[in-house]
Design a protein around this ligand. Structure first.
Ligand code: ASP
Length: 441
């Protein structure tokens, strides 16, 4: 019998997780059971993915750079990547703003609903912790992000997943220096990292064997931890606008794929689907990164010279889904609370959401922290911030799941477009987890 394709296995795991989670909300002991016995399975899976992120970035980026015959190519790849990343993010924000201004989801929301949401969430630790984190982020000066990108201790940077950009900086520096010392001298290091790269990609294959069970656990946990369904219904129009915008972004990526790479967009989506489903289940582009890299390189055929740079950088600084959501959420909150936004304010949203996308961490819920900064940039009254966040908190997790899918798909699209433009989009070269199993068993 033919084995079911991975994305179907994952999808089935997700559906069973949703149903099981729903079933567990119907019995008194259900939530506790899921938290004690099911959630850890999902947590372990996410930890395993995060565990290999730094070694994978290190090994694959060094391999990528040292395979480049010519350093000037790296500059071309770098500049194109940054340019396209900014372009797609601006498209996402503008799209979000157009939809929210046309559909006006905030205007119809009743005083009563606002009061109920405020009462439930304004003092909730979820909302207050986001406000606190936003105020910590704010103190930074304009060049702080450059300062933050340069590590003072390479090993310390490698011990913290939040310092991914520092690891990328160190790795590029090392890779370029390896090119400059010449092939003979750099060979031992290159061989070492090549071999590390293959081994870590094999770890991705092995971890993915457990993905169907892990997504079951992750989704069951999301369902038992979710908010009161009544509150979710009140926010349906707002959530609908965000999801509509995110869906249109997928269409936009498909157009980019057709126009710039001449590949079939459905084939692209199918190859990326396991990474997209994981992005949905984990709400973290950082945790999904190893799988995104594996899919883009092995299943789509983007050369490591491009993917090893474009994808880790994208996971940290390119978040189209998050930016679109920030634009919609900022205007929705303003509409609901009667705070007028001028055209100039909306342009400020475009700019700050673009910067926020760079500063947002690739972990669950980070987009909401940066939303505070977007709201402050348009002069939203500080004493109403907690109420504003309370309005959207109930649907934040499901929207986070959707926007993370877009964040990951956007990175993959850009890697394909950049690869094609520098002649580095080849044929897929799929490796299975058991390719060499005979030799060791
Ligand atoms: N969870 C998102 C990500 O990891 C970030 C966010 O929008 O909260 O890409």
């Amino acid at each position: 019998m033919r084995k079911l394709e991975l994305h179907w296995q994952i999808l089935i795991g997700m559906v069973i997780g949703l149903l099981f989670g729903y079933g567990m909300t119907q019995v008194e002991w259900g939530k506790e059971f899921v938290l004690d016995w099911i959630k850890p399975i999902g947590t372990i899976f996410v930890k395993l993915l995060k565990l290999i992120a730094i070694p994978l970035i290190l090994a694959s980026l060094i391999k990528g750079i040292s395979d480049l015959q010519d350093i000037s190519k790296f500059r071309t790849i770098g500049l194109r990547t940054m340019g396209i990343y900014m372009g797609t993010t601006v498209v996402a924000i503008v799209l979000g703003l157009v939809l929210v201004n046309v559909i006006q989801p905030g205007s119809g929301i009743s005083e009563e609903t606002i009061a109920r949401l405020t009462e439930t969430y304004a003092n909730d630790s979820g909302v207050t912790s986001k406000l606190e984190e936003a105020s910590r982020q704010k103190i930074a000066g304009p060049l702080q992000f450059l300062e933050d990108m340069v590590p003072e201790n390479a090993l310390a940077a490698m011990t913290n997943n939040k310092l991914m950009l520092q690891v990328i900086f160190f790795t590029i520096f090392l890779g370029i220096s390896m090119l400059l010392v010449g092939e003979k001298k750099s060979k031992p290091l290159k061989d070492f990292f090549d071999s590390l790269n293959d081994a870590v990609l094999k770890m991705v294959d092995l971890i993915m064997l457990t993905a169907p069970v892990a997504v079951f656990a992750l989704l069951a946990n999301v369902v038992v931890s979710s908010s009161d369904p009544d509150l979710l219904v009140a926010l349906l129009k707002y959530a609908g606008v965000v999801v509509l915008g995110l869906t249109l972004m997928i269409v936009f990526y498909c157009i980019l794929v057709v126009v710039f790479t001449k590949k079939n967009p459905f084939w692209f989506l199918k190859q990326m689907s396991p990474a997209q489903l994981l992005a949905f289940s984990t709400s973290s582009s950082a945790a999904t990164l190893p799988v995104t890299m594996e899919r883009v390189e092995e299943h789509i055929g983007v050369d490591k010279e491009v993917s090893s740079f474009v994808l880790p950088v994208g996971a940290t600084i390119n978040m189209d889904g998050t930016s679109l959501y920030q634009g919609v959420a900022a205007v929705f909150i303003s509409q609901a609370l009667g705070f007028d936004l001028s055209l100039g304010d909306q342009l400020t949203i475009v700019l700050t959401a673009l910067l926020a996308s760079i500063g947002t961490a690739a972990v669950p819920g980070a987009g909401m922290v940066m939303l505070v900064i977007v709201l402050e940039a348009v002069g939203f009254p500080a004493d109403k911030l907690a109420i504003g966040l309370a309005l959207i908190f109930a649907v934040d997790r499901p929207l986070d799941m959707f926007r993370t899918v877009i964040n990951v798909t956007g990175d993959a699209t850009v890697s394909m477009v950049v690869a094609k433009s520098v002649g580095k989009l080849g044929k897929p070269k799929i490796k299975d987890w058991d390719d060499h199993l005979d030799e060791v068993s």
